[in-house]
Ligand binder design. Structure first.
Ligand SMILES: *Cc1c(COP(=O)(O)O)cnc(C)c1O
Length: 362
């Protein structure tokens, strides 16, 4: 199967094999060295000197952790949202009692930095901004750098969902002054699901000391205390960490710049190929994501039929639309362990199935 959904993504053979290694004592020396090797190489990919904490959860857990560790009930929060994952981040903050202002953008469009500035100017009491780096549901990459400059100038914390961005798209945690950045193992990290990774900067630690939202399992304070000893507070997903470490070996061997270049090249190739099939992209322009491409459903073709036939006849698994985009788009993921060949196969499969489906006759 050519699994081209935006997570879980395919894992290289050595990453899968590492996950089958015998268990070790998570309070013993072997775990300490595994933990240290993982964290130092994560810092290199996050481009940060901050602590990078390992949480046992999918990406949503890290988003919840970002919220409960930096905010108090009643705090005003600006949720910049360009699609369903931005909406989820907002919902998490709302569920924990934050006072939300939503700044939504049309599906397929990125967040406009000037609008973020206006929203912050209109409410100086905003404590934090929630921002999606790469909106996986629409195939849009936000201009995190420009938005972070604005947020920093105005003062609030900036919490960034880079679950489907990091290790595929450029992101400078320290260079851009990002207070919390969250990602998860099953996306561009080529690793099975189960581990979330989150960097916590100095301003976020200050906020942590004052934040009063209830927290326990995901308390950054406990995580930091154990991380300083090369451990996690609770039993970690050891098998996933074995795999993650092996995947990081691979990223290190290829080189981060080469990894990012490969994603850029393959993103452009995907979009060109889709256009050459006569299909339309949801996101056109410099904000089109190099990790996932959302394609508008062609007239007269049901996305569910298209996906079913691609899977059954061509061995290609694509993602459908989420939320309001259900039935309106399908998505081709190209993050993590992916080369040109896999995308060319997708395009060929699409050509074949679209030709046989044809537009439905009225
Ligand atoms: C995958 C993803 C998440 C987290 O989803 P989980 O299923 O909890 O891992 C959050 N945000 C974005 C942008 C994602 O792509």
């Amino acid at each position: 199967m050519n699994l081209r959904i935006p997570g879980p993504t395919p894992c290289p053979p050595e990453v899968r094999a590492a996950g089958a290694s015998p268990m070790i004592d998570h309070r013993g020396e072997d775990f300490v060295s595994l933990h240290r090797r993982i964290v130092s190489r994560l810092q290199a990919v996050f481009r940060t000197r901050n602590e990078v904490l390992l949480l046992t959860s999918s990406g949503t857990g890290a988003l919840e952790a970002a919220v409960v560790n930096t905010l108090s009930p009643g705090d005003r929060v600006l949720a910049v949202t360009v699609g369903p994952f931005g909406d989820r981040f907002a919902e998490i903050a709302e569920a924990h009692g934050a006072a939300l202002t939503r700044l939504p953008f049309e599906p397929g469009l990125p967040a406009d930095p000037a609008s973020v500035d206006r929203a912050l100017a209109a409410d100086p009491s905003i404590r934090a901004v929630l921002l999606t780096h790469n909106e996986t549901a629409t195939g849009v990459t936000n201009d995190v750098r420009s938005i972070s400059r604005i947020v920093r100038a105005r003062g609030p914390l900036l919490l960034v969902d880079s679950v489907s961005g990091l290790a595929a798209l450029p992101l400078e945690t320290d260079g851009w002054g990002l207070d919390v950045v969250a990602t998860a193992s099953q996306k561009a990290w080529m690793t099975p699901p189960g581990v979330a990774m989150v960097s916590v900067g100095p301003r976020a630690w200050e906020a942590h000391a004052r934040a009063r939202m209830p927290r326990f399992y995901f308390d950054f304070g406990r995580a930091r205390e154990f991380a300083s000893k090369g451990q996690t507070p609770w039993t970690p997903a050891i098998s996933v960490l074995f795999s993650l470490s092996t995947a990081l070996d691979r990223i290190e061997r290829e080189g981060l710049d080469a990894v990012l270049d490969r994603h850029r090249r393959i993103g452009a190739r995907t979009r060109d190929g889709v256009r050459s099939l006569g299909l339309r992209l949801l996101a056109e322009g410099p904000h089109a994501s190099d990790s996932v491409t959302a394609v508008r459903a062609p007239d007269g073709i049901e996305v569910s039929d298209l996906r079913r036939r691609l899977r059954a006849e061509q061995g290609v698994v694509l993602a459908g639309g989420q939320g309001s985009l259900k039935g309106k788009v399908f998505r081709i993921a190209h993050l993590g362990w992916v080369e040109e060949r896999e995308i060319d196969e997708v395009l060929q499969a699409l050509r074949a199935v679209l030709a046989s489906l044809g537009p439905r006759k009225g």
